[in-house]
Design a protein around this ligand. Structure first.
Ligand SMILES: C[S@@+](CC[C@H](N)C(=O)[O-])C[C@H]1O[C@@H](n2cnc3c(N)ncnc32)[C@H](O)[C@@H]1O
Length: 456
């Protein structure tokens, strides 16, 4: 029988520490990206419910894993299979769920430093004069000249007329095309040609390309995933925006320019090393082998069904996109960072220029993020899963979703599942979100966990 319960609001700080509510398992946490809709702050509440559904050593399938906050919290207790359509997500999942070695603070020196320096010194030969000019201006806080400098550095699709630093040739279509054909060609130069003075400063781009080159020299795929996750973290700290990559801040006022200058002073390498130090405390275990996939959830369900792994799954968790924001737009730069494929960039049809946000042409558009297709998307999802698996299905959903109210989602789920139980509508204030009015945060949001039991 389905039931909707409303619960009084309470703050996250009221919650018990993980170890008290999650039996003897201490749920680990590690944040790589500031991620829309991530469940990091809801983990205590979710773990209480998952604990009722899962025994030690069971198998948990996270079909829309994102930053794998949920899978990582469950890592001490169950085998985790994580999936997401975005490549960067599978890299984060691999780092958090599959890497079981030891990270030490001198790993950078052992694995990466030599290659980092090699790429950086080649890029400095190319971009040295421009980087020197940039550093001088950032230190002097000379906003007027810094704004002028930003117009003097070319980027892919935007050559400059007086090529003061002799850089136009590196970002021409013909040079980029050659890189596309051989993406590992030395030196790594993607960020330095695609993003200078947009999302990042020029020196920051050189640092990113050089760390990325060094990471590609690492043989162990899971360790590589750890390093890539550290680099994702550091670009999210350095980016000239509020932590995502949908848009960057323009020099539209002196105040904005000052913010930009402060961001540009951030050292990508220092942030990388900071995260790497956190990885020395990564929770590792060898009791079972976690699995990570990077595909559409339907493809994975079919694959696990065909190879008879689906019937070994005890709990399937779905946390699909629930607003109109497309993940592929908000996180296109982490995607490009991990693919490092010199992507073609979407053009503005009105002027044939590359769009300001420099989005990848091949980005995935989710049906869950479109109000016209979201109901169909859920029907397809329930149909695909319930026809192939008898596992319990747990759904995270929130009342700021494009499919509203949650009763509508429950009605659809009931077409496929025997019972739907609504777990404690978890409530918190919308302060700072687009639901706050005048920034005062006067709307309560409810988070739901629907537990769907299959028809017999
Ligand atoms: C709400 S987020 C998941 C957040 C995650 N639980 C966390 O804590 O970070 C939704 C995720 O669904 C992924 N996604 C969207 N459409 C997908 C599809 N068809 N198949 C697999 N993943 C998809 C997005 O890339 C995004 O990472």
């Amino acid at each position: 029988m389905s039931q909707i319960s409303t619960f009084p609001s309470f703050s996250w700080t009221d919650q018990e520490p993980f170890k008290n509510i999650f039996n003897n398992h201490k749920a680990p946490q590690m944040q790589i990206l500031k991620y829309m809709g991530n469940k990091r702050r809801l983990l205590n509440w979710l773990m209480t419910s998952f604990n009722e559904e899962l025994k030690d050593g069971d198998t948990f399938l996270d079909l829309f894993a994102g930053t794998s906050s949920v899978g990582y919290a469950l890592k001490p207790k169950v085998k985790v299979i994580a999936n997401d359509i975005q490549k960067y997500s599978s890299v984060i999942s691999s780092a958090l769920l599959q890497f079981n070695g030891i990270i030490t603070e001198d790993d950078f020196d052992k694995d990466l430093a030599k290659f980092y320096k090699k790429n950086l010194s080649r890029l400095t030969e190319i971009f040295g004069a421009a980087v020197q000019a940039e550093q001088k201006l950032l230190i002097s806080d000379n906003i007027k000249d810094y704004k002028q400098f930003c117009l003097e550095v070319p980027k892919y699709g935007e050559p400059v007329s007086r090529d003061k630093f002799k850089l136009n040739s590196y970002s021409r279509e013909i040079s980029i095309q050659k890189r596309r054909e051989l993406r590992t060609k030395f030196p790594y130069i993607l960020f330095s040609t695609y993003y200078p003075n947009t999302f990042f400063g020029l020196r920051q781009c050189l640092e990113i390309d050089s760390i990325r080159f060094a990471i590609d020299q690492v043989k162990d795929e899971h360790k590589k995933a750890v390093y890539l996750s550290c680099l994702m973290y550091s670009i999210s700290k350095a980016v000239n925006s509020s932590g995502h990559f949908a848009e960057y801040l323009n020099h539209h006022s002196n105040y904005a320019s000052r913010l930009i200058v402060e961001q540009r002073k951030i050292s990508v390498l220092s942030e990388f090393l900071f995260k790497l130090a956190e990885f020395t405390k990564l929770f590792t275990q060898n009791k079972w082998k976690n699995e990570v996939y990077n595909c559409d959830y339907q493809i994975l369900i079919d694959k696990l069904h065909r190879n008879k792994k689906l019937n070994k799954v005890d709990l399937i968790y779905i946390d699909p996109p629930y607003t109109s924001a497309q993940y592929s737009r908000f996180y296109h730069i982490p995607e490009t960072l991990v693919k490092y494929d010199y992507p073609t960039i979407t053009k503005d049809h009105s002027n044939y220029k590359l769009v300001k946000g420099r989005y990848r042409d091949d980005r995935h558009q989710s049906k869950f993020s479109n109000s016209g297709s979201v109901e169909d998307a859920f029907r397809e999802l329930f149909g695909a899963i319930s026809s192939k698996s008898n596992a319990t299905l747990a759904i995270s959903y929130s009342d700021n979703s494009i499919l509203r109210p949650v009763e509508r989602l429950i009605e659809i789920a009931k077409e496929y599942y025997e019972t739907i139980e609504t777990k404690n509508g978890y409530s918190h204030s919308a302060q700072g979100s687009r639901f706050s009015v005048n920034g005062k945060g006067n709307k309560d949001l409810h988070e739901y966990l629907l537990i769907c039991k299959p028809k017999s």
